[in-house]
Design a protein around this ligand. Structure first.
Ligand code: SF4
Ligand code: SF4
Length: 127
């Protein structure tokens, strides 16, 4: 599961991430991180069966946590042209057996390249 951890300015100096790893002994991947003294965000990928435990641990340390859906396909607009399929860096967009485009949310890292690539605005940033 992809989880976004959001750090307020007052939290960036604390060793929150390393303490969560040490306490919970759950390894996770850090997919993206953009943090400076004004605060920031870190996207992690956690094992599904440990995600709730990690979310609670981060929340207890005073940071905001969200599970994320980054983009969605609008089926009524999509013509299955494959432009987004070609550009996705992590193969989160697939062709089904019937040649319709589908999105594997669990693989998406939120780069939004597919949104920019679509000629019909049929794949959009999730609200
Ligand atoms: S680029 Fe747009 S129209 Fe083409 S398959 Fe992707 S979502 Fe559908
Ligand atoms: S946002 Fe990026 S990772 Fe997610 S489906 Fe689009 S191109 Fe792939």
């Amino acid at each position: 599961m992809k989880i976004m951890i959001m750090f307020d300015p007052g939290k960036v100096g604390e060793a929150i991430t390393s303490n969560v790893i040490l306490e919970k002994k759950v390894p996770f991947n850090i997919l993206t991180a953009k943090i400076d003294k004004k605060g920031g965000e870190m996207l992690i990928e956690a094992p599904d069966d440990k995600a709730f435990e990690l979310i609670e641990a981060f929340k207890e340390k005073g940071v905001r946590v969200e599970t994320r859906k980054f983009v969605e396909i609008l089926p009524h607009k999509c013509i299955n042209c494959g432009q987004c399929f070609s550009i996705c860096p992590v193969d989160a967009i697939k062709y089904d057996e019937d040649y319709s485009i589908t999105l594997k949310q669990e693989d998406c890292i939120g780069c939004l390249q597919c949104v920019d690539s679509c000629p019909l605005e049929a794949i959009v940033k999730a609200s």
